[in-house]
Design a protein around this ligand. Structure first.
Ligand SMILES: [Fe+2]
Ligand SMILES: [Fe+2]
Length: 167
């Protein structure tokens, strides 16, 4: 049975959001070991994230999200063809494809930094990656998926599903 293409993409969004949350947890400052200051024991907040965990989580974004991006490219092509969108809509879709490239480059850049033990893990850079990704997913759900759900015929959706499963 061929899955509904929008349902498939939404499920993938859930997986991506889960991973983003895990990364967020991994970079959150946490209480470190006790630190002796004078006679007082104080808790030290460590900001250095657990690099092996982060590297593993990042791998999802450098390897697995590629398929999701390709499936969305299939959806955008189908929408452009079916709806003959205005230039404004086309630009909006083009922006989403452009963001895929940015997100891929960002993930690769962060992963590269994490691979070097001497380089700083830079939580700020990771946080802005998370924000950009969340904004991207939200935009797709509000615009792209709604259009696909309301403007494509069952037949068009079925064809799109088949194509998505081949990428
Ligand atoms: Fe996307
Ligand atoms: Fe997406």
């Amino acid at each position: 049975m061929v899955p509904d293409p929008i349902l498939l993409l939404k499920r993938e969004h859930e997986m991506i959001l889960d991973r983003l949350r895990m990364i967020e947890t991994a970079i959150a400052p946490r209480a470190g070991g006790p630190l002796l200051r004078g006679m007082q024991r104080v808790r030290r907040a460590t900001t250095e994230p657990d690099r092996p965990t982060l590297r593993e989580l990042l791998r999802f974004f450098t390897e697995s999200t590629e398929v999701h991006f390709k499936r969305e490219a299939v959806l955008i092509t189908a929408l452009n063809r079916a709806l003959g969108r205005t230039q404004k809509d086309r630009n909006r879709f083009e922006n989403l494809l452009c963001e895929h490239r940015t997100l891929k480059t960002d993930a690769a850049g962060i992963a590269k930094t994490l691979g070097k033990s001497t380089a700083d893990a830079d939580p700020l850079r990771i946080r802005s990656f998370i924000e950009l990704f969340r904004a991207h997913l939200s935009c797709e759900e509000r615009i792209l998926f709604v259009l696909a759900g309301t403007r494509l015929t069952a037949e068009q959706r079925l064809r799109m599903s088949r194509r998505m499963l081949q990428v």
